[in-house]
Design a protein around this ligand. Sequence first.
Ligand code: SF4
Ligand code: SF4
Length: 810
Amino acid sequence: MIDIKDLDHREDARIGVYICHCGLNIAQTVNCSEVALYASNLDDVTVSKDLIYVCSEQGQQQIKDDILENGLNRIVIASCSPRLHEPTFRQMLKDAGLNPYLLEMANLREQCSWVHMNEPDAATEKAIDLVKMSIARARLIWPLEEETIPVTKRTLVIGGGVAGIQTAMDLANAGISVALVEKEPSIGGIMAQLDKTFPTMDCSICILGPKMSDVNRHPMIKLYTMSEVVDVKGYVGNFEVKILKKARYVNENECTACGECAKVCPVIRPDEFNQGLSSRRAIYTPFPQSVPSAYLVNINECLGHNPAVCAKCIDACEKGCIDFHMSDEEFVEKAGSIVVATGLEAYDPTEMDEYGYTRFENVLTSIEFERLMNAGGPTKGELIRPSDRRRPESVGFIQCVGSRSTGKGGKYCSNICCMNTVKSTFMIKEHYPDIDIKVFYIDIRAFGKGFEDLYMRSKKMGVRYIRGLPGTVQQEDDGSITAAVENTVSGGLEFFHLDMLVLAIGIKPAPATRKLQKMLGLQLSPDGFFLEAHPKLQPVDAATRGIYFAGCAEGPKDIKESVTQASAAAARAIGLMHKGEITTEPITAEILTDHCKACGKCAEVCPYNAITVDVKKKTPAVVNKAACSGCGTCAAECPFGAIIMNHFTDIQIASQIDALLEDKPEEKILAFACNWCSYAGADYAGVSRLQYPPNARLIRVMCSGRVDEKFVWRAFAGRVPVVLISGCHIGDCHYINANHWTEKRVKKMHKKMEKFSINPERLQLEWISAAEGTLFAETMKRMETIRRSVTQEELSEASNIFSNKKYIMA
Ligand code: SF4
Ligand code: SF4
């Protein structure tokens, strides 16, 4: 248990301060020797030097020698951004025998010399302040230890479509065992329903089928079909997953799929796999290549196993595989990582009445069309009209059904429908060159490898592409369709007579998405698909460590992209687990159990469900360090100051504020910036040499959620005119949604300021991304305008109010 008294190490501090010239990058604006001289006179500073390049071999050696010769136990390096060289200098401390967390950096290049190039005096003054703030903080930092935790070398893959199959195979072939969970009776997903794949026109099940069998045979893969994940506990390396497996009523290990049972079953129902275009029995197999290759009973359709009622299938099965006493089972699987490959749901066009899907028999979806064209489908691959079973002479396709729409369906492009239609036109023309084909589109998106070629070949075969979507669709007496289309190329209204109409339906997130999102603490994009940790640099990682995405779970994709992403997810999972252990970052929250009142607030705000508190039994909070990502939101929200946020403690941050306000506080702007977005945005302003007022002083926190209202009140008590809190844009938070709590907190603080008749303008909140250097510089100029408007009386009034101990920590 932590004792708060143990946290004050300032008596032991022997600090070495190193001011880097960075060649001329810093030194041409900042007087580095003056800064070093100033620092040498501060308490606890044992060594203070300015060096030409601190990061060079010689520079690092100099520091290591000083550590040994002078017994230094804290190092302050004032140089470039910590985002660039913090890992280098931490390693240097390690090499010199010091704990790497006894390092503190001041950013004199990106956030000082480069952004105040024409104001050397002001830049030097700012550099002195930044170094002073770093020294103040360095006194109060303490060693932190990375922990090593064992990892279960097993991955749970949720979803058995092509992405889940590829992930499972890649993992298993690399020697990692896999539990593959699929909700349907067979793996294969939507790819199993397709006739051909674009742009290569391979037979879909011919390339997928062998992979499905490989999964089933692989000794490292345990397959759970008709199963769902119902609960997930634990954290990276050590997840515990509860799986509910529905009863199949047929022993899947014994069944040979001979089909004798189905022959005698009297129940006839629409066949889901064929989109209701054919029928099946109550005991059935979803499709001939199903894996596992076993029948199942839909118990809700079955007439009953009582021989007096039916039970014909029991008599028909010579192997005795049918067991009506089977019941649902629960399994618990341990896994070190999880891959979410839950796939997609096809858009249901029934709400788009204008296309007559529910009213006209010859209006089909693209998946129904796919089954009609499939040799294993209800017509054995013969293209016929459902209304009169005659071959159509003309077929129309309508694009973007349920996609790119602000009204019905999704606003996003479903990515695959254009090429799927191009493929379908090709399939028709190959078999029936005389069928007339029209495609109604907004624009054709043929962006992938080989796509444009297929599109051109389809045009050459005589397919007519018409830019414009039908406004209305009417059925004629003979069952054919008339579509009224405004041709946006010719500008005229045209009428098309078609025997059959196919709706190119879009892709929606899978139905299980929301449930899994809650269970796993994941984040969704506005479109409802899972949100990756970073769209460019971590495209298959979830923000929660140890969880990865594959396939359409993360957004609409074609087969090739799904397979690519699946292999990437498998590689990420292997990378995590291959050593059998992982190290956890020590920047985590810790509970002062003596102070904790078990109110539960911290558990409520933690985006990673890393805290447990038994509110009823009043048991103090417990942080799961492996799950904690170190945002600091809990520490900012705890009403009783019972949480220590390692490396960003209250007193460490307060010491920076105090140091900054020691001199001429009314001339300064205090800005808190989150490490991932706004601090990086400030660095980007520096890299772009954008100039802004030199009186801004930044305090880096990992997340804007860490900014406790006490920090702001302390700054006002110290007579700062304006405070900025900046972080990642809503939806982009590096810590899932911690910045929502920042937003709420700032609103509360504004109300409090209004109550005290303090102008709320003095506390600003701005979302600034890593790419928004311009916004950062503009924001700083705006802060300066606000600062200038604050009067001495206002400063004094706020200072009087907030100097009360109630508002600031001691
Ligand atoms: S918010 Fe603070 S007091 Fe409340 S349970 Fe969490 S640690 Fe304990
Ligand atoms: S620091 Fe953030 S991630 Fe860690 S326990 Fe607190 S709220 Fe959760």
